[in-house]
Ligand binder design. Sequence first.
Ligand code: BYC
Length: 473
Amino acid sequence: MTTTADYTEKIPNNVNLHEDRRLQRALESWQPNFIQWWQTMGPTLPTQDVYLRTAVNVGRDGWAQFGHVAMPEYRWGIFLAERDPGRTVGFGEHKGEPVWAKVPGEYRAELQRLIVIQGDTEPASVEQQRNLGATAPSLYDLRNLFQVNVEEGRHLWAMVYLLHAYFGRDGREEAEMLLERHSGDPDKPRILGAFNEKTPDWLSFFMFTYFTDRDGKYQLASLAESGFDPLARSCRFMLIEEAHHMFVGESGVQRIIQRTCDLMKEHKTDDVRAFGAIDLATMQKYLNFHFSVSLDLFGQEASTNAANYYTMGVKGRYLETRLTDDHVLTDSTFDMEGVEDGRIVRKTVPALSALNERLRNDYVEDCAKGLLKWNKVIADAGIAFELKLPHRAFNRRIGAFNELHVSPDGTVMSAADWKANEGKWLPTAEDRAYVTSLMGPAVVEPGKFANWIAPPQHGINRPPADFEYARFN
Ligand code: BYC
């Protein structure tokens, strides 16, 4: 294994692919299918080239290089973080044993399932975002969208490599299926709910990259603890790229809020729709939607799957190695909210079965940090409004809260009352139509921004915000 990618190969990689001709041929025969998928399901806005970063190295310094790239020629590669030769399984019944370089036969099904679910989300998000280029609010934003898209494509490559390299024929078949399921397809949908929702406008895109990509961060971090070392190393490297995606979401929402607040102050009104911006009440509704849909991605609160993954050593907790308990959890308990007789109650449950909920807690805590920054923009403008995360039981489809009707402040109510208030809490058809109406043709003049969003404070990498981030024929 080398840290630097070999770019002379058809598939750039740091896994010495040329040493395994069979695997190399299998991946090279998947490659045209991927390109075909990218061309039919990937970004629709034609460009000559885009200023993108490409991973070239997994070492700490200079892991990526920036430059204008024609998108279909982007070099999607296979990169695993460097191997830690002394690494041992950090949790579960194999705690302290050397990590596995190959898939243990008895855990094959579980590992394959986790890798397939992870892999399925990556192309799904590209499909969801495919038409957004046509309404990009600036070249800077267009470039960020495409950066996210190519890297999700690379994350798909990361999971496909694992399927091909370690799961034989089943793995190759699953890799094909990853290109055959499509977001929102009635016959062959993507596996997880949030990845079948639409991302039709840029407010949705920024909320998605803030909330749903953040689920990615927490799931990848848990898989980065895996005893199956190639999976752990793949996820560790993916996390480096993922950070930018969440930055795009956080800063994107922040810039919309900034613009809204500027207009509210300038015109001394809450009704910024009259001036072509997005009012804070609508922002809250989008936030409610994306947060609740993303909470579902963590699975059931009580999960024997999660307990088994942990005991087997295939999926750990967030920052497992930094936690100070016994890393086995058979004798531990966990306090959480659950449902009893139609009410939300606190209960103490075995820690092993509550691992999904625990990860969801870590996630919620992290989500709240962005809101502090967003609310500061509002407070600095002297406006009396605060964005809030809705209660975790609000608008849930997966898990115990699915059976309840709960308001954003956590009040349990009848289905009829909930329905009567839904339009106050979640985007209505009219809200969505309004936001869509703001999405004009892509703003392609360097340094110019659509009316509903403020410019960023800095450009990407070194160039300023008015840099020509994308060029057209
Ligand atoms: N939708 O015991 P449970 C990302 C099913 S995002 C539909 O709780 P488990 C990204 C479940 O499959 C990160 N079905 O399940 C972000 C199970 O079915 P079976 C993606 C669901 O396994 C933005 C049953 O309900 N990575 O990277 O503990 C852009 C029982 O549930 C859902 C991963 O998710 C759902 N939401 O938990 C690009 C990591 N939830 O077995 C990329 C890998 C549950 O009874 N996946 N079910 O037929 C996992 O770790 C787990 O599979 C889950 C589910 C956390 C997703």
